[in-house]
Every structure is written in structure tokens, then in C-alpha cells.
Design a protein around this ligand. Structure first.
Ligand SMILES: NC(=O)c1ccc[n+]([C@@H]2O[C@H](COP(=O)([O-])OP(=O)(O)OC[C@H]3O[C@@H](n4cnc5c(N)ncnc54)[C@H](O)[C@@H]3O)[C@@H](O)[C@H]2O)c1
Length: 440
């Protein structure tokens, strides 16, 4: 699976600290250990550090548990509590802590600032602090200030991995971007990635930081664009699957990321698009296009709720809606800003009863919306007595179920397939009413 060769002659066995053991930090730590570096990965959650030290990976990510196990076995990967503990003997310190959306839409840098303040006093001279969190232009300077040191470097190195394929994305990325005003620091950071087969680009920090936001904003734009095209398809009786196939053959457009759905979500696109709107605003540019992208996405959640409501005759109040899929996309357990939950919230507001299933959710997570969601033991149980089924996350296993059994469990066999995942003709043959996205 991984082409990076950790036994390769010349592999650099650097001392690396990674601050934050979440989706990005843990992947970074495990992959750098795999590449031959000595890695100390720190978190502030004692239970997370303890579990990881036993090789128990708290997130669903293909190949990650194997790499964490490998790192622990070789002794190249260890987990510690607190950033200072990890940073005191490090040549390189990655910051991979959260940068959530602040109240005004901008990125909240408080975790970054706190981590920098914590490691500043203990960093060895000449150490390089590498910012892997997604941060606005100018954050390199913010980190420098919080570190309070003039004998260390701060470099931007944005991360582009996708949850669900984080390990292979890290080890075989499309590109590595390093933003630094100091050439020697950039070269030292670049050496960490020897063996990673990807174009490596060194630029100034502001450009590196902008590349990350602009990339996510562009991907979000593609998704909103295709959802808008899907709405047109519905109105004119076209089939969006054929439309995007036909568009994608144009090499200037391509097939990737032209997939209609319930709206984008996850821990990155919503906050990063808002942050870029704010960054632009603060620098005097009105990024109207991106505001439109965000608005189309919000409307898409409403459009999906409308479809579900229309399917049961126009009033979903008191009706049972079965939901398949709660995570923001398949192959992850991440529920942050999930479009599924956005749609569920809207249906709950309209009085629906929600019975849901997700392969990664057993038991009820904590939080306000969850009190109102019943979790089924399996996809069939979620359909028990349901008036309509909404497919909201594209888990592959939903495609291969016994749909006679599904129909038998439901009060009325009706499906709103927001991922265009299921086989429409097979379902209609079994007596389902079926609607999807963008198919008139
Ligand atoms: N998740 C993604 O797909 C993805 C992709 C690219 C970039 N990013 C960016 O990477 C950053 C991290 O995202 P994530 O999804 O990994 O977040 P996460 O919430 O999964 O993980 C962050 C971790 O940092 C820990 N933490 C917070 N403060 C700390 C401190 N002072 N010291 C040590 N640990 C601390 C938290 O306990 C948590 O375990 C964000 O800026 C995000 O935008 C995320």
C-alpha cells in the first residue's frame, strides 16, 4: 500500500514531536515513524495518550492502527501527555491542534497559541516548529510571537490528507507544500519527506497558508456547483450522473469531486470556506463567489429535507424517517459538521421521528441532537416501521442489503437516496418509490 521505503539508505532519523494526536497529528506521527524518524506524539487527553500507548487507535482510519502498532514495536513512536514533554528534545515540532471556526467565521487560533506558549520555553535552539494545522495568513508570525524565541524557526506545512484515506494520502500525497522565509529551514523540513513520492514546493508562508484555504474552497465550490447543476437537472428532466460523466471527459474539468450529494460537511470545508471569506474581507476583498458556494450548501440541506417531506406527502410531522449514514462521509467515524446531522436537525424541527444507523456509531453519542435520534442495531432495524428511508452517507455496505427485507420492515417502501448510491431500477422493481439527487 505504501511506497515510502523506511529502510531506504539515507532516510533521516530525526527527532520529531507531534503536538495533537487527532486525525492529522496521529496520522503524521505514525507515518513519520514509518519513514524512519523518532517520533513523540503528544495530546492533552490522558485517556487518548494511554489508549494510543497500548496501540488502541481511537479513530477509524484505514491502515492507521497497523502503522501505530509498527511504530510502537520498533520503538520509533511513543505517546506522551502534553506538548512540552514531547518538544524538549525535538529537532522538529509539528503543530496539529484544532483551528475551529470562531464566532465571526474566522479561524480560532487559541489552541495553536496555547500549544506554542507551552513548548516555547523548552524548545532546543535551532528547532523548527512546523505548522500543520490549517491557519490563516499571518499565523506563522502569531506562532513566532507566542513561542517567544528568536533562536528557533517557524515553517508552514499545510496538510491535504482526506479522512478515510489519510495514511495513503500522507505517504503518497499529490504535493508537499513548505512555506518558509528561511531557505535552510525549508530544506531541513523537506528532508523529513525524503522517500515520499510527490512534488515538493517551497514558497513563502503566506502563499503556503493560502494554498490550503484556496484548495479547500475550490473543492467546496465544485461540490456546490454540481449540487446546483443537479437542481437544474431535476427541473429540466436531465440525469446528473450522465451530465457529470459528460462534463468530466473534458480534461480541463475532470471527473473528480463532481458528485452531487446532501451538501458538504466535515471538520474542514465549512470552517475553511468561512475563514477564507473572512480573510478576504479583512484584506479588502469581497469573496462573493465563495459566499454563494456556502449559501448553496446550506440550501442543499433544506432541499434534502424538502425531498424527504415531499416523499411522505408534504408533512413529515409525526412520521418516522429511517436514516442510513451519520458520518460526514464514508470510511470515517467523524461526525463533525456532518451533512447527515444537518438534514436530521431540519427534519426534527419539522416534527419527524428519526431512527438511524451508521456502521461506526453504536450507542448514542452525547450532544443535544442525539437525544432525539434512535440508533438502530443494523440498517434493517433502523427501517422498522419507517415511512421513508433517507440515505445520507455513502457507505458501500448499504448497496448490498436485502431490499425485500428492507421493504418488509418499512411501513411504506420509499427511499430518498441523497448519494445516488442505490440501484434505482432494482429498488423500483421491488416496489419502492425512489428519488435521488439530480435525476428528473
Ligand atoms: N481532519 C482533516 O481531515 C484535516 C485535514 C487537513 C488539515 N486539517 C487541519 O488540521 C488541524 C487538526 O485537525 P484534526 O482533524 O486532526 O483535529 P482533531 O480534533 O482530530 O485533533 C486535535 C487533537 O489535538 C489535541 N490538542 C489540542 N490542544 C492540544 C495541546 N495544547 N497539546 C496537545 N494536544 C492538543 C486534541 O486533544 C485532539 O486530540 C486543524 O487545523 C484542521 O483544520 C484537518
Amino acid at each position: 500500500m505504501m511506497s515510502a521505503d523506511r529502510e531506504r539508505p539515507g532516510a533521516v532519523g530525526s527527532n520529531v514531536a507531534v503536538i495533537g494526536a487527532g486525525y492529522v497529528g496521529l496520522t503524521t506521527a505514525a507515518c513519520l515513524a514509518h519513514l524512519g524518524h523518532q517520533v513523540l506524539c503528544a495530546d492533552i487527553l490522558p485517556e487518548r495518550v494511554e489508549a494510543l500507548s497500548r496501540g488502541e487507535v481511537p479513530i477509524v482510519e484505514q491502515g492507521l492502527e497497523q502503522l501505530v502498532g509498527e511504530g510502537l514495536d520498533t520503538g520509533r513512536l511513543r505517546f506522551v501527555l502534553g506538548g512540552a514533554e514531547a518538544a524538549r528534545s525535538a529537532e522538529f515540532v509539528y503543530l496539529s491542534v484544532p483551528t475551529p471556526q470562531g464566532e465571526d467565521g474566522s479561524a480560532d487560533l487559541s489552541y495553536i497559541e496555547a500549544a506554542a506558549r507551552e513548548i516555547g520555553p523548552v524548545l532546543p535552539a535551532e528547532a523548527i516548529v512546523i505548522n500543520k494545522s490549517t491557519v490563516p495568513v499571518g499565523s506563522t508570525r502569531v506562532v513566532e510571537k507566542e513561542l517567544g524565541r528568536t533562536d528557533v524557526y517557524v515553517v508552514s506545512n499545510p496538510e491535504f490528507l482526506r479522512e478515510g484515506s489519510a495514511v495513503s494520502d500522507f505517504l503518497e500525497p499529490d504535493r508537499v507544500v513548505i512555506g518558509s522565509d528561511d531557505q535552510s529551514a525549508a530544506i531541513r523540513v523537506a528532508a523529513l519527506y525524503v522517500g515520499v513520492p510527490a512534488p515538493l514546493m517551497v514558497t513563502d508562508p503566506a502563499s503556503a497558508e493560502t494554498i490550503k484555504y484556496a484548495s479547500n474552497a475550490f473543492l467546496a465550490t465544485k461540490l456546490s456547483f454540481v449540487n446546483a447543476v443537479a437542481a437544474v437537472c431535476e427541473a429540466v428532466g436531465a440525469d446528473v450522473s450522465d451530465v457529470v460523466l459528460g462534463m468530466g471527459y473534458d480534461q480541463r474539468i475532470g471527473h473528480e469531486f463532481l458528485k452531487p450529494g446532501p451538501g458538504y460537511g466535515g471538520s474542514c470545508f465549512p470552517k475553511d470556506t468561512s475563514a477564507l471569506v473572512r480573510i478576504a474581507e479583512e484584506s479588502g476583498y469581497d469573496f462573493d463567489l465563495l459566499k454563494g458556494v456556502i449559501a448553496v450548501n446550506d440550501e442543499q440541506f433544506d432541499r434534502v429535507a424538502d425531498k424527504v417531506e415531499a416523499m411522505v406527502g408534504g408533512d413529515v410531522s409525526g412520521r418516522t424517517v429511517a436514516v442510513w449514514g451519520l458520518t460526514f462521509k464514508a470510511r470515517t467515524d467523524d461526525l463533525r459538521e456532518s451533512p447527515s446531522l444537518e438534514v436530521i436537525r431540519r427534519l426534527l424541527d419539522r416534527g419527524a421521528v428519526i431512527r438511524a444507523h451508521d456502521p461506526t456509531v453504536d450507542g448514542r453519542p452525547e450532544g443535544p441532537v442525539w437525544e432525539h435520534i434512535e440508533i438502530g442495531a443494523d440498517p434493517y432495524a433502523a427501517c422498522d416501521g419507517a415511512d421513508v428511508l433517507a440515505v445520507l452517507t455513502e457507505w458501500d455496505e448499504y448497496r448490498w442489503l436485502d431490499f425485500d427485507k428492507v421493504a418488509g420492515a418499512m411501513a411504506t417502501p420509499r427511499v430518498v437516496d441523497t448519494r445516488n448510491l442505490l440501484d434505482r431500477s432494482r429498488l423500483m422493481h421491488r416496489g419502492f418509490e425512489y428519488v435521488a439527487i439530480g435525476r428528473g
